[in-house]
Design a protein around this ligand. Sequence first.
Ligand code: FAD
Length: 472
Amino acid sequence: MSTTERPRILVVGGGYVGLYAARRILKKMRYGEATVTVVDPRSYMTYQPFLPETAAGSISPRHVVVPLRRVLPKAEVLTGRVTTIDQDRKVASVAPLVGEPYELPFDYLVVAMGAVSRTFPIPGLAENGIGMKGVEEAIGLRNHVLEQLDKADSTTDEEVRRRALTFVFVGGGFAGAETIGEVEDMARDAAKYYPNVRREDMRFVLVDAAPGILPEVGPKLGAYGLEHLKQRGIEVYLNTSMDSCVDGHVVLKNGFEADSNTIVWTAGVKPNPVLSEFGLPLGPKGHVDVDATMQVKGVGYAWAAGDNAQVPDLASDKDPAFCPPNAQHALRQAKVLGDNVISGMRGFPQSDYKHANKGAVAGLGLHKGVAMIVLGKTKIKLKGRLAWYMHRAYHGMAVPTWNRKIRVFADWTLGMFLKREVVSLGAMERPRGEFYEAAAPVTAAAQAKAKAAKESEGSEGKAKAEAGAKAS
Ligand SMILES: Cc1cc2nc3c(=O)[nH]c(=O)nc-3n(C[C@H](O)[C@H](O)[C@H](O)COP(=O)(O)OP(=O)(O)OC[C@H]3O[C@@H](n4cnc5c(N)ncnc54)[C@H](O)[C@@H]3O)c2cc1C
């Protein structure tokens, strides 16, 4: 961290809002006007709408993340977690990757920490659930699913096989519906390489407490998406929730029960709970309470936007209405927020954020999707291959930086000509395991021998003692 005479603009979180707001501020700022410091526990921004395609192997994981230091060369990027903020002293506490926490003074504050998975106290969920918020989870899910096919193909135990081939997804919003659509497509396609696994042996289950799925694209297209998933053989249970999943035994409220090694949790998000340590006004659900300029209510030097803020939706007829947590709003809010920070620094008035919904697109596997495009007062609804092209075109252009856009389009183009990759790199999660066994065989063998000797000594002693007791 550099010490600076210039005012510091501290951006907490380098995700969608943090990255775009920092870029905007740096672009509009005069030379030497301020120091922009971005703090994030990850050194990269993740383009979350591509996580389902990453889990399916259609896009390389490296291409859905954007390295912060590379795209923000004029900012100070710190890899760490902001844990508390003292608003009286204007000082943030940062826990770096290693070493002691330190204090970071600031003059202006941008809060852009996004959301975390919303969970409930369901027995077994913490131990068995897989989230879908980061690229690590998408890679993990892909490896895990392919590993289940490896297991099912190589066992003679029917119970092990059934468990391995049962995949349960909880939550039917964007994240859940897109992920089950992509993963099911990939797994059933991969089945052709597994002689003992047939496509129909796999069981995919989608659960949601709501009466429909994909609320983001509206009821009609949501119903189409639902019908489409059902036609592909996915079992969908609506108006119900998961009661427990202890040891992978899934029990739903409606009486459904099944054993599964794969329980993917995508049942919504909630604002980052660390916000409660920031001393800022929060709304009833824990979002930072901001006005339409995204300035924190009553705090003239702080702004917040994206999934961690309740930004009034001025384009809505309802009052009060807040912008939904999505990438479309996050990107546009970040730009207005960046301008407002500059205006705030220079003592100029703030601008309101107002953006009418432009529609939504969702991919449900290769060549499958639903889309709703809003053109003025007309809503165009698309489904199938055309919607899927819209999905790819929209997100391909929305992913930040030309470098990433080109790489993503290259992945898709290669995917058209080459077969899908079906290799599971599960060992990636334990890369040192094999080397450890090779490097420490003597120690391991010696330890095993010593343990065996100790056990036999113990049992001999016990036998002698028992014999002695009997004799006396
Ligand atoms: C699987 C999935 C699919 C999605 N699909 C779509 C879609 O198709 N269309 C759409 O519009 N939206 C989609 N979304 C939603 C969209 O990605 C989010 O609305 C958007 O990323 C919100 O941006 P943000 O900047 O508020 O949060 P994020 O982009 O999540 O960024 C928050 C950042 O804060 C950092 N952070 C967290 N804690 C701390 C801390 N203590 N200190 C410092 N930094 C911290 C995080 O590491 C992260 O980098 C999807 C989301 C997911 C998970």
